[in-house]
Design a protein around this ligand. Structure first.
Ligand code: 6GU
Length: 230
């Protein structure tokens, strides 16, 4: 899989992919993540990538030229399954969307900035508009990092224990059960005794009950979905 990220702030994205699972996935050749500086595609002599909105007082808007040039350059190299734009008015990202994107071969993520991009880009080039939640970030870079991270860990081989991505919270609309490690007792605080029983069947049943109960209490919205899909 290949993910190309187009941004005016490539520095922000130099950190998140160089650690842990996402770094290892790249080292193993499971994914290639390439960050492009949008300014490199600007034909403006000051490398500008924004201009005043036609509507008064609306702030700065990302211009078409460098974005189109970047997208066309990438498209001339390979075919892309999706061209994603990160924007607070996009469809809210979730695990289902992460699952679906993790099955694609080549993705472009264009990071939104300023007051937005010239709408003609959204109408003519973008295939998916994604928000990561109902709050406003200064730019789409952190959202692109969130989306990329959630996709990459789902690629087969990215996580050593292959079942662990499938048993994540949200995969079946249930939160994960609580987990514990040694010591079995710390300053009087005890691990639930069933986990020390060595009875795998009882432990699995306990974990499932805990998942259902935590979801019912903490995420009634997810619990409704879970019940509907049973
Ligand atoms: Cl994708 N971009 C910005 N700027 N803010 C956001 C967002 C994206 N998702 C939630 N808030």
């Amino acid at each position: 899989m290949r993910i190309d990220i187009i941004t005016v702030l490539p520095e922000i994205l130099s950190g998140p992919f160089n650690h842990s699972i996402v770094k290892r996935a790249q080292d193993k050749g499971l994914v290639e993540i390439v960050v492009h500086n949008l300014r490199d595609f600007s034909t403006d002599k000051h490398r500008r990538v924004d201009d005043y909105a036609f509507s008064k007082g609306a702030g700065m808007v990302m211009t078409i030229q460098p974005i189109e040039a970047a997208i066309q350059y990438l498209k001339s190299q390979r075919e892309y399954d999706e061209i994603i734009f990160t924007t607070p008015d996009g469809i809210q990202f979730n695990q289902q969307e992460a699952n679906s994107l993790s099955l694609k071969r080549n993705l472009i993520i264009l990071c939104g900035h300023y007051k937005g991009i010239d709408h003609r880009i959204r109408e003519n080039f973008i295939t998916r508009e994604i928000s990561i939640g109902d709050y406003v970030l200064t730019g789409g870079e952190l959202a692109a990092a969130v989306i990329t991270d959630s996709i990459v860990r789902l690629i087969p081989g990215a996580i050593s224990d292959e079942t662990s991505a499938l048993s994540d919270s949200f995969q079946d609309n249930l939160l994960s059960p609580p987990v514990y490690t040694r010591p079995a007792e710390y300053n009087g605080m005890k691990v639930p005794h069933i986990l020390l029983s060595g009875n795998d069947k009882l432990i699995d049943e306990w974990k499932h009950r805990q998942s259902i109960e935590r979801t019912r209490i903490l995420r009634p919205d997810l619990y409704e979905k879970y019940l509907k899909e049973q």
